[in-house]
Design a protein around this ligand. Sequence first.
Ligand code: FDA
Ligand code: NAD
Length: 434
Amino acid sequence: MAAKNFKYVILGGGVSAGYAAREFSKQGVKPGELAVISKEAVAPYERPALSKAYLFPESPARLPGFHTCVGSGGERLLPDWYEEKGIELILSTEIVKVDLAGKTLVSGTGESFKFQILIIATGSTVVRLSDFGVKGADAKNIFYLREVDDADKLNEAIKAKKNGKAVIVGGGYIGLELGAALRINNLDVTMVYPEPWCMPRLFTADIAAFYEGYYANKGVKITKGTVATGFTADSNGQVKEVHLKDGTVLEADIVVVGVGGRPLISLFKGQVEEEKGGIKTDAFFKTSVPDVYAVGDVATFPLKLYNENRRVEHVDHARKSAEQAVKAIKASEEGKTVEVYDYLPYFYSRSFDLSWQFYGDNVGETVLFGDNNPASPKPKFGSYWIKDGKVVGAFLEAGTPEENQAIAKVARHQPPVGSLDQLAKEGLSFASKI
Ligand code: FDA
Ligand code: NAD
């Protein structure tokens, strides 16, 4: 089979790929120059929808409703859009072999693709319980959530196990969003996680106490400080029980596991420099290999604000890094340069009627402000992180768009603070003054 030749190839068909394709089109790309190669069967879409509106019992989100770039208020790129622009969307095609120096990709069916410039946008995959040797983890109705196919299977099970029991393993993003989604679908939900409180990689004990209390009020049971050590299945191979390390046995018709993500970089092992579990890039997302870029979840890039190389597994960075890489590629073709990437970390989540945003860095001392009583009719609270006398991070639950902008500004400008007590008293008004 003759190799297909492209000037630019985006490897991966997720969030970064969609935003990179749009940026190529904005900057000018000739028909036939660009290909997007994805193992998924659908055009790039806004992945965050999968753990939220995709699982709603009423009026759920469905494709083509949430193809990129609607998540940031942009144009929705349907397969027709790629065709009109002469961008080849090569779907259901998994790349299994890569030769970066030889500029060749090979698919599982033996097709070869040649590129002049490659953007690696393979994202992450899920960490599996079988990776830790948990027994019985291959039983039916144990789900992970990464791609739309996974969400479809989970939705089928939710319908089949109406009013049944669900166990959520993991207390991070997936755990909290799926715990809520399954409860909204009227399942009897128990969450299990090893840490003393949920989302420990971001939440303080005070922040977590609010969400745990709110979830409890919604009928979600929470078992902390232990892990799943095994599953038993019925005679059809369907999961029946979850065995915990502390000896508890939970009945389960459905199990959802969210115990972390792992960037998909094994295809490039030994061919490109790595750092902190990702592919090392510069501020233009260029890797150590000429003409090869890496964006989104897989990139370990210089986070200018903190003078440190970091990897970020969130959608805002996936979008912005993709745009930055394409701008840099197009500029360098004209002998020009673009500004270095100057990213302000931004994470958010939504579940039940709740919605929070976080900007900046969660290091140093913390100050809580506002009403974080989960039983309040309209709870609204936040937290600042203070390091070396400056506010470096800010979190807000139930903020308006203006208030969220204000906390973003605080995290960006890092204003000095005198007294933490005073900061706690001022609360949101401190941010609004900046
Ligand atoms: P992404 O995972 O989007 O895309 C990678 C693509 O590459 C996939 O299409 C994959 O199939 C393909 N691929 C991989 N290997 C391949 C190969 N060998 N050959 C061909 N194709 C290959 N973030 C946030 O800030 N807020 C949120 O609310 C959420 N919510 C959320 C929900 C769920 C369910 C998940 C899984 C993740 C989130 N995230 C999030 C995280 C966010 O979605 C994530 O950071 C971005 O999707 C990363 O974009 P990428 O393009 O890097 O990878
Ligand atoms: P995560 O890192 O957010 O959470 C992992 C959690 O797994 C830990 O907090 C811990 O509670 C738990 N855990 C670890 N080992 C365990 C074990 N042996 N048994 C039980 N629990 C264990 O990862 P995730 O929630 O799986 O999310 C996967 C990816 O998807 C991440 O990249 C995340 O950023 C992304 N995501 C983001 C959002 C968002 O930003 N709103 C939403 C969904 C998913």
